[in-house]
Structures are given as structure tokens and as C-alpha cells.
Design a protein around this ligand. Structure first.
Ligand code: AMP
Length: 179
């Protein structure tokens, strides 16, 4: 199994959720045991020696691999959720999306200043969601923040947008936004 084979297993769904969007559907890679294992192992290989103490997953597709990676690197798992989903005291970040604002939250006591954090999501597109997640984690005063996504949508400059906002921006592979 290699990056190219996993990339080829990701399905493109045209015009979802709205006309003009080429939706990258990772479920067709997740349901193949070899692809699933390769994705988990590759994220672990790239992050296992960084002293990561917590893997933060972004709702909802960031929740799929983050706990599996956390177990392998000896870290805990922390969810970032949409507004009003977490039960205890939270901190929030509101950010502009294409159609209106969105608010994301994390439990206030989920991370400490000693934590080295890996934030994980499935796709890096413009970088707006990941930037908001970085800001949220920064509010809890952690030591270092690393970023990982499975796919980088090339042509949207998300990586350049995030430059300097985390220790490292890592994606397993790139896919052209219109591919
Ligand atoms: P962005 O904030 O623009 O970087 O968008 C990243 C978020 O939107 C991720 O949580 C992705 O799951 C989702 N996303 C953006 N573009 C796509 C796409 N073409 N296909 C599937 N998910 C996408």
C-alpha cells in the first residue's frame, strides 16, 4: 500500500453538498482495511517522535483517525466540537465560513500548558477551519501545536495560509481541487 493507492481510493462526488463543489469522500478509503491501516500508520510514523501528549480531532471527520493515532503515539484524544455540543465549561472561537459564521468549542480543562498537541482533520482546503482550531487550542496555552490532514486540496493555498501558525503543517497527500 502506498500514498497513490490510498489517494485513488478516495471518491470524488461532484456537486455535493452544493453545485460546483467536488466533494472528496474518504469513506471509500476507510472501508478498505489496507487503506485504513496505511493512513493511521503514516500519520503515526510522521508524528511518533515529537512528544505529542494529546491528539485533537475536529468534528466530525477528524474524529475518525485521531483516536487511533493517539493510542499509537501514547497520547490522549480531545474533541473540538460545534457550538453547544460539549457538556462542561468550554472556550470558543467564531470564524467566517462561506455562508455565515461558525463557532467551535473545546473543553476548558481538556489541555494544559504542558501539552504538545497534534490537531487532525480529514481535509485542508482554504485553511479557515484549521486556523480556528489552532486559535482555540492556543487559548488553553499549550506548549506546541502540530497539524495533520489526510488530504491537502491543492490550489486553495491552505498550507501557505497556515504558515507560521503551527510548528508544522503536514498532509499525507495532495489532490487537485477540481480533480
Ligand atoms: P477549509 O476550512 O476551507 O480548510 O475546509 C476544511 C473543512 O471543510 C474540512 O473539515 C473538510 O472536511 C471540509 N471540506 C472542505 N472542502 C472539502 C471538499 N472538497 N470535500 C470534502 N470536504 C471538504
Amino acid at each position: 500500500m502506498n500514498a497513490e493507492e490510498v489517494k485513488n481510493a478516495i471518491r470524488n462526488v461532484p456537486d455535493f453538498p452544493i453545485k460546483g463543489i467536488q466533494f472528496k469522500d474518504i469513506t471509500t478509503a476507510l472501508d478498505k482495511p489496507d487503506c485504513l491501516k496505511w493512513m493511521r500508520d503514516e500519520i503515526v510514523r510522521r508524528h511518533k517522535d515529537l512528544g505529542i501528549t494529546q491528539v485533537v480531532g475536529i468534528e466530525s471527520r477528524g474524529f475518525i483517525l485521531a483516536p487511533a493515532v493517539a493510542i499509537e503515539v501514547g497520547a490522549g484524544f480531545v474533541p473540538i466540537r460545534k457550538h453547544n455540543k460539549l457538556p462542561a465549561e468550554t472556550v470558543s472561537v467564531t470564524y467566517a465560513k462561506e455562508y455565515g459564521d461558525d463557532t467551535i468549542q473545546i473543553h476548558k480543562d481538556a489541555l494544559t500548558p504542558d501539552d504538545v498537541v497534534l490537531i487532525h482533520d480529514d481535509i485542508l482546503a482554504t485553511g479557515g477551519s484549521m486556523e480556528a482550531a489552532i486559535k482555540l487550542v492556543e487559548k488553553l496555552g499549550v506548549k506546541k501545536i502540530y497539524v495533520n490532514c489526510i488530504i491537502e486540496l491543492e490550489g486553495l493555498h491552505g498550507r501557505e495560509y497556515l504558515e507560521g501558525k503551527a510548528e508544522r503543517i503536514d498532509c499525507l497527500f495532495g489532490i487537485e481541487v477540481d480533480e
